[in-house]
Design a protein around this ligand. Structure first.
Ligand code: HSE
Length: 430
């Protein structure tokens, strides 16, 4: 395409959009060098024209109409940073239909209805790039999809949500309760107005679905990701974790086992020596295990206007360069149709805290319940005496269905007052 400049249209100018616009302006010369021609923001569609934006753009560029961008002849690259399903989905489909490359940061849309968008991009031979949709400023999508295109990825384990990592860090290091740590995350602006998507693991599940799809080259949607959040994690669990040499993190885990995919998001105890245990505060990190390359770790800022805006600009450069050179990045890489395992069929190690009667034969009864369901105990200790007695148990790896059956049976034993908590232990036994 003989073009002497590339026109960019932004759909949305919130936290991510304004960050992208600021970076595109600040790095205009480097971007022009990389692409071969200048890349200009020509229009920005927003809901509220009166709202002040944190970017120095001519007010005449702002419009109410998404069609002023999607359908306009002078817009070559469409950047969707509105979030949510609609109107984002319709705008992206329309832009792709017109052969325009799209850059999106929309994990919710891509992890649920992504397939139709990728099919459309492939049909039209254009780019749909989404580096900013997973872990903000950390380059992950292109490394996984392109740099590791010849790699057999075995497992991905990551801390992909900054808000929950901040909360768990505060609970671990300052002895705060979950609600105190959440209040601090809200005061510092880490938590969203409605923190449900973060603390209940929906945000992490969307990211896990996208990462699993790319890593194992088979589509996984957010609804197939087993999910538990961190609202049930207590300070007592964290205290026992510390005494056992573990750190509690909300982890996203995706692995391929005998040609099938296991993908889940839940709080887990990780050995203190595991590289993810030292990822503190609101940082994200993703640990990738490849068959040939070995272990890789990607670490950085998973959210925020500047880091996420920077990832969007990287994609704008890539898409613009392809328009100039006539190339295209790898399209949809979901070549296979692998089964996604239900949680019952997955395996883990487990930590369990039980309130028990402090009398002869209780430990034997508890141990035999584990044994009868093929769950092997690795360590056990008693905490407190008499009415305060608790058993802290860590198991070897076992099947989730067997663990659930163990919990059900323990719950009806006279000697077990309560199954206080169950947490998975990851990153220790293969
Ligand atoms: N709310 C997310 C987090 C960032 O706390 O990591 C956007 O995905």
């Amino acid at each position: 395409m003989a073009k002497d400049s590339i026109g960019v249209g932004l759909l949305g100018c919130g936290i991510v959009g304004s960050g992208a616009a600021r970076h595109l302006l600040a790095e205009a010369e480097a971007v022009a060098r990389a692409v071969g021609v200048p890349v200009e923001i020509r229009r920005v569609a927003v809901r509220n024209l009166a709202k002040k934006r944190d970017v120095d753009l001519d007010p005449s560029l702002f419009t109410h109409s998404v069609d002023d961008i999607v359908e306009a002849d002078d817009i070559d690259v469409v950047v969707e940073v509105i979030g949510g399903i609609e109107p984002a989905r319709t705008c992206i489909l329309k832009a792709l239909e017109l052969g325009k490359p799209v850059v999106s940061a929309n994990k919710e849309l891509l992890s649920t209805l992504g397939q139709e968008l990728f099919i459309k991009a492939d049909e039209k031979g254009t780019d749909l790039l989404f580096e900013a949709a997973v872990c903000g400023g950390i380059p992950l999508i292109r490394p996984l999809k392109e740099s590791l295109a010849g790699e057999g990825i075995k497992q991905i384990i990551g801390i992909v949500n900054g808000t929950t990592n901040f909360i768990l860090t505060r609970m671990s290091e300052s002895g705060m309760s979950f609600s105190e740590a959440l209040a601090e995350a809200e005061a510092l602006g880490y938590a969203e107005e409605d923190p449900t998507a973060d603390i209940e693991g929906f945000d992490a599940a969307a990211k896990a679905a996208i990462l699993a799809s790319i890593a194992f080259r088979s589509r996984v949607v957010a609804g197939q990701v087993y999910r538990e959040g961190i609202s049930q994690v207590t300070h007592r669990d964290i205290e026992f974790a510390q005494r056992l040499g573990y750190t509690v993190k909300l982890v996203a885990i995706a692995e391929e086992i005998d040609g099938e995919i296991a993908v889940r998001v839940h709080p887990a105890m990780l050995p203190n020596a595991h590289p993810l245990s030292s990822v503190r505060d609101s940082f994200n990190a993703v640990f990738v295990e490849g068959a040939s390359v070995g272990n890789l770790m990607f670490y950085g800022r998973g959210a925020g206007s500047d880091p996420t805006g920077s990832a969007v600009v990287g994609d704008i450069v890539a898409a613009s360069r392809n328009l100039i050179t006539g190339g295209r990045h790898l399209g949809c890489t979901c070549y296979f149709d692998k089964r996604v395992l239900p949680i019952d069929e997955m395996e883990s190690q487990y930590y369990m805290l039980l309130s028990v009667a402090d009398k002869p034969g209780v430990l034997a009864e508890v141990a035999s319940t584990f044994g009868s369901h093929e769950i092997s105990i690795r360590s056990v200790w008693q905490e407190g005496f008499g009415d305060e007695a608790q058993l802290v148990i860590v198991t070897h790896r076992g099947k989730e269905a067997n663990l659930q059956a163990t919990v059900d049976d323990l719950g009806v034993l006279d000697s077990v007052t309560k199954v206080v908590s169950v947490l998975r232990v990851e990153g220790e036994e293969e």
